[in-house]
Design a protein around this ligand. Structure first.
Ligand SMILES: *Cc1c(COP(=O)(O)O)cnc(C)c1O
Length: 433
């Protein structure tokens, strides 16, 4: 009925998440508030984990891309589920460290890691520093020498794949700020440089072709290109790399009409491609890593708002204003991302209105969506935006000095706060006179 399994409607006609009445949650925790269902997150982890084990015979690891939603509670949950973790900054690494996330299962990404970040990764003995470019490689080797440590690395490669998604979330093509190009020879140059470095241990290769991808074919194509490059490395240097990280980017259902691929089907088809390509190229099947972010947490979250004014502009449109907006969900203003929304206290009623949902920031573009079907709406109603578990809290800002909402986690019908709502004191915390 809804875009996520954790949502339903109760006998009062209210929207529920994880079996809890969202109207009650709004009263208890205030609005705006992010609410997430722990069971849905754990189920996603489990199906990815079982699927990768099945198709790669235990020679695979699912690493959760923490940039989708990062806080202590999720890092702990991901560790309990036996997954690895992607981080892209010292802040995400620090969060992982604060719950003692096993360093060997951490992947440190980023196209411009600072010296401070590289040192932190070496100190925590991060299992995979995903090196983006030659400059970083040289700096890392020098730092590793100075710290008397060996850096375990993968190289980020641009496989030259167009993943048919939004321009800002496409990352596999040659014109991208991420990674080393194959076509220009720079990727091979980096591999040869790494082989000659005393304090670098090159374990494998990484690619990530984009996000919110609905087709399996670009992933298969990327796997073929990457294995082709591995074969070329073997031919030119004699080195057979043991790990291949195929990235994340699996699409989720934001709207009822979206039809994402099932993880299991993705895993089956890509594993077949990996195995046949390895046979053709005379390679051993490498250890495979995948890095889903959005698809683990996205469907598990919703955002609850209180409706303020309803402004009807005859013949033009109706603006429904809520007590949040681009500060807690910048994805519409960034990508025109579409969401499903509904009135939580009227969830059992048909959607008879079409409205534009506006935030409270001083920007005309501060919208959560346009032409959205919704129930009859009045001031004081609770508005729910669905599938906001990924790239909402993690992308939130304090624009207009608006406090970031709390994140509430539901487990066994119990609600607990995993990120506190910011206070006004938090807003001025770093201000000096
Ligand atoms: C963002 C990112 C991911 C996760 O992408 P999703 O679309 O959230 O699955 C995985 N790997 C890398 C390197 C990324 O940058």
């Amino acid at each position: 009925m809804f875009v996520s399994d954790c949502l339903n409607v109760n006998e009062l006609g209210h929207l529920t998440i994880g079996g809890r009445d969202t109207v009650e949650l709004a009263q208890t925790f205030g609005t705006p508030v992010y609410v997430m269902d722990e069971q849905q997150i754990r189920k996603s982890c489990e199906s990815y984990r079982e699927s990768i084990n099945k198709y790669y015979g235990g020679q695979g690891l699912v690493a959760y891309a923490s940039k989708a939603f990062c806080c202590k509670a999720i890092c702990k949950m991901i560790d309990e589920e036996g997954l690895g973790l992607d981080v892209v900054s010292i802040g995400e690494l620090y969060t992982a460290q604060s719950v003692n996330f096993p360093p060997e299962k951490i992947f440190f990404h980023g196209n411009n890691k600072t010296v401070q970040e590289l040192l932190a990764a070496l100190e925590y003995e991060v299992g995979h520093i995903v090196v983006d470019n030659l400059t970083e490689l040289e700096i890392l080797n020098q730092l590793a020498i100075s710290q008397n440590k060996k850096a375990n690395i993968m190289f980020r490669i641009k496989p030259g794949i167009d993943a048919h998604t939004h321009d800002f979330v496409r990352t596999g093509q040659i014109d991208s700020k991420f990674g080393l190009a194959l076509e220009t020879g720079e990727a091979m140059q980096a591999v040869k440089a790494a082989v000659g470095m005393s304090h670098i241990n090159l374990k494998g290769l990484h690619c990530h072709i984009g996000s919110q991808i609905f087709d399996i074919e670009p992933f298969q194509h990327a796997a073929q290109v990457m294995l082709g490059f591995m074969a070329e490395i073997k031919a030119q240097t004699g080195l057979e790399l043991s790990e291949l990280n195929l990235g994340g980017g699996f699409g989720i259902k934001y709207l009822p009409e979206h039809d994402p691929v099932e993880y299991d089907r993705y895993m089956m088809l890509v594993s077949q491609t990996v195995k046949t390509t390895c046979q053709e190229k005379g390679l051993k099947t490498p250890f495979i890593i995948i890095e889903p972010g959005r698809s683990i947490v996205g469907p598990a979250g919703i955002t609850l708002y209180t409706v303020g004014s309803v402004k009807e502009i005859p013949g033009i449109r109706t603006y429904v204003s809520v007590d949040g907006g681009m500060g807690d969900n910048p994805r519409y203003i960034l990508y025109q991302s579409e969401y499903e929304a509904l009135i939580a206290n009227k969830a059992g009623q048909p959607k008879t209105r079409t409205v534009t949902i506006a935030g409270k920031c001083c920007e005309s573009g501060d919208l959560l969506g346009e032409n959205m079907p919704i129930q009859e709406v009045a001031p004081g109603d609770i508005l729910a935006v669905l599938a906001t578990g990924a790239y909402n809290y993690s992308m939130s800002s304090n624009y207009n000095r608006i406090s970031k909402p709390a994140v509430v986690m539901i487990k066994d019908q119990q609600a607990r706060t995993v990120v506190k709502r910011e206070t006004l004191e938090d807003i001025v915390r770093n201000d000096l006179l």
